[in-house]
Design a protein around this ligand. Structure first.
Ligand SMILES: C[S@@+](CC[C@H](N)C(=O)[O-])C[C@H]1O[C@@H](n2cnc3c(N)ncnc32)[C@H](O)[C@@H]1O
Length: 226
């Protein structure tokens, strides 16, 4: 049986594809993440926090074939009717937030697999608070990129992701002058304080963390005896 798409809200009337033919960020935004996508557990329950036009969502489905994928983005709730001018990323501010949502649906319909997709027009922390503990096998964080917000997401995910699970994300910039440095800071602080270890980081700014071994006290897996 093929998967279905569930909307957890009423989409606005202006949710149509951009008349300009704009299709979202360039293809390279997906291909630079090819390696990390291979780490996603197959036939699992996952979530993408921060969806935008759904370009990565389609790749997540193609690679991991999740049985259930949750897509969470507060499109117009967070950004108003139009995105700011982020250059080509938002078609220089011409991209409407409802159009980004429409592109997401279009990308999903083209690439839907066997699993179901649930779409939530919500802030990530609100949605994470609404789901049961130990529900997710994985989550990909690509939302606000702000330190406090990302740290809140990580602490919620500590409860919501299974102990066998994995948390990934984009924009791991150690350079403290970079506008997205908050993600790096949050992941560093979280892995210092919680029972999670950094297991992957690459030149394409992708990162992954996993719960530390089951019976180990917090942080033990980072200790080396000499
Ligand atoms: C970089 S884009 C996501 C790109 C997408 N993951 C991809 O790879 O194609 C960031 C998105 O995060 C969303 N966002 C911002 N704050 C958020 C929050 N608190 N929770 C969830 N999404 C958020 C924005 O609306 C925007 O669409």
């Amino acid at each position: 049986m093929s998967g279905r798409i569930f909307l957890h809200f009423n989409p606005p009337e202006q949710a149509v594809l951009p008349p300009s033919g704009f299709r979202g960020p360039p293809e390279s935004e997906v291909t630079r993440r090819a390696e990390i996508l291979k780490l996603i557990p197959k036939a699992s329950i996952g979530a993408e926090l921060g969806v935008f036009c759904g370009n990565l969502s389609a790749a997540l489905i193609a690679q991991a074939r999740p049985t259930r994928l949750h897509l969470i983005d507060p499109w117009w709730k967070a950004n108003g009717d139009f995105y700011a001018d982020w250059g080509t990323y938002t078609d220089f501010g011409r991209l409407g937030t409802a159009q980004a949502y429409a592109l997401t649906i279009d990308n999903l319909v083209r690439g839907l697999g066997e699993g179901d997709v649930h779409i939530h027009n919500e802030f990530s922390t609100d949605w994470l608070n609404s789901i049961p503990d130990n529900y997710l096998d994985w989550a990909y964080i690509d939302s606000s990129h702000a330190f406090e917000q990302t740290l809140q997401e990580l602490y919620l995910l500590e409860r919501k992701v299974k102990k066998t699970g994995i948390v990934f994300g984009d924009d791991f910039y150690p350079n403290e002058n970079h506008q997205h440095h908050g993600v790096y800071q949050a992941v560093q602080k979280f892995t210092r304080e919680a029972a999670y270890d950094l297991v992957y980081a690459d030149a394409n700014m992708q990162w992954a963390i996993k719960p530390a071994p089951h019976n180990a006290p917090y942080g033990t897996s980072r200790l080396t005896t000499i």
